[in-house]
Design a protein around this ligand. Structure first.
Ligand code: GUN
Ligand code: FE
Length: 419
């Protein structure tokens, strides 16, 4: 029984999307990396294990996962957000990402980016890096130092961006392969990352699709974020039925696990495609979509059709590197959609929490919930304001999510260990 321990506090998680499971003053038993069970009284067989009692004022929740974030855009959060997507990319984002050709710049930015993931309780994430492998390696090294889990993609682009961010299809593909060889451990894994269809020729998409299939690697990209972007894709790929079909044609859609950020403007046919494919995650990034005047994902329609919807901060089009903030924005934007389209129901807080933990976690495996045999990834939350002690456990969680103050996170567990 050497590596068995119990944590005590108010344990809250979502087994299903519609309700929070609340276990007041209970024990969660962890054997090595995994959850054994939750108990009101500790069974006799566990009487001798070590117990960490976080007290009556602490809640213990699954840690957060961000399914869509751009590490190089860390310093760009909040800047240039009066623009829409294409102009924002051209005037701010590409210029900013070009700076990562200088490894010393990456050495300044990436440690702080990773520190912030840690501070915000985002212990796993799916990250777009840049085209520059030497800088990308710095990002991997920093994640490893902080013991965080992530999928990290070398960005691929060979058209429709400034020259210093473009590589030939062959070079981009070779660099993707060599970056994959740099990954050595279980917690940090590679992901195939075509930036989005407008920046990739058919030749490049085809090479990346083949690589994903051959090495069984997941895929992340952007889909149908902005109306002008959707029109642009139509003109660039006239032979494809729709935007999703561009990725599908080149084996970049749902053959392996696939993250499709935004997915706001999908045709009925594309919605059916997503709902029929268990590997497909449509990643909702509400703050980004509000900031760039992109639109609002019809998130409850997608959920009610059985589509997997994940959540992402989309830093730096998103302005806060905080999943609690992303969760509550998803709820707020859904309420606004409901006001204007009464037939669309509102996303509940438990559903949004479920997306950020259970659904996002499923991309990583048995992660994001406290059921038996899941990896124990958790945050211990204790508000420094003693007034909060008066609140019921579920109210403590609600307040934490809406205040989004990382000061309240007092402990972080990844796979059973404090990090
Ligand atoms: N589409 C292509 N690249 C990007 C990006 O960096 N951010 C967002 N929000 N959308 C994109
Ligand atoms: Fe993005």
């Amino acid at each position: 029984m050497t590596n068995i321990k119990a944590l005590k506090g108010h344990i809250i998680y979502t087994k299903v999307k519609d309700t929070f499971e609340v276990h007041e003053n209970s024990y969660i038993v962890i054997d090595n990396k995994k959850v054994v069970g939750i108990f009101k009284e500790l069974p006799d067989i566990y009487k001798d294990i070590s117990i960490i009692d976080y007290g009556h004022n602490a809640i213990i929740i699954p840690s957060f996962i961000d399914l869509h974030i751009h590490a190089p855009q860390y310093l760009q959060m909040g800047i240039g957000l009066d623009l829409e997507l294409i102009e924002w990319l051209q005037q701010y984002t590409y210029r900013n990402e070009s700076l990562f050709s200088d490894v010393d710049y990456a050495k300044k930015i990436y440690p702080t980016f990773v520190d912030n993931l840690y501070n915000e309780g985002t212990l796993r994430s799916c990250i777009f890096a840049t085209i520059h492998n030497e800088s990308n390696k710095i990002l991997l090294d920093e994640l490893k130092k902080k013991k965080l889990s992530a999928y990290v993609g070398k960005v691929n682009m060979n058209q429709n961006a400034p020259n210093d961010l473009l590589q030939s299809a062959e070079c981009s593909y070779e660099e993707t392969k060599s970056f994959i060889d740099y990954f050595t451990e279980d917690l940090i894994k590679p992901i195939i990352t075509p930036r989005f269809a407008p920046c990739c020729t058919s030749e490049l998409l085809a090479k990346l699709g083949k690589l994903s299939m051959k090495q069984e690697l997941p895929v992340q990209t952007h889909l149908a974020e902005n109306k002008k972007e959707v029109e642009w894709v139509k003109s660039l790929f006239p032979d494809s039925k729709n935007y999703s079909d561009v990725y599908k044609k080149y084996n970049l859609y749902g053959n392996q696990k696939t993250l499709l950020a935004h997915s706001i403007y999908l045709s009925d046919e594309e919605v059916a495609m997503a709902s029929n494919n268990d590997n497909v995650y449509l990643v909702h990034c509400p703050d980004s979509n509000g900031n760039l005047t992109s639109g609002i994902m019809p998130v409850t329609n997608y959920l009610d059709k059985g589509i997997k919807v994940g959540l992402g901060s989309d830093i730096g089009a998103g302005h806060k590197m905080s999943m609690p903030s992303t969760i509550t924005s998803a709820v707020q934007y859904s309420k606004l959609r409901h006001v204007f389209r009464n037939e669309e129901r509102v996303l509940s807080l438990s559903e949004a929490f479920y997306l950020a933990t259970n659904v996002n976690g499923s991309f990583f495996g048995k992660v994001g919930s406290f059921e038996k045999d899941n990896f124990f990834d958790a945050l211990v939350i204790r508000d420094p304001d003693p007034l909060v002690n008066y609140l019921k456990p579920i109210e403590k969680l609600q307040r934490f999510l809406y205040n989004a103050s990382s000061n309240s996170i007092v402990e972080r567990y990844l796979e059973g260990e404090i990090i």
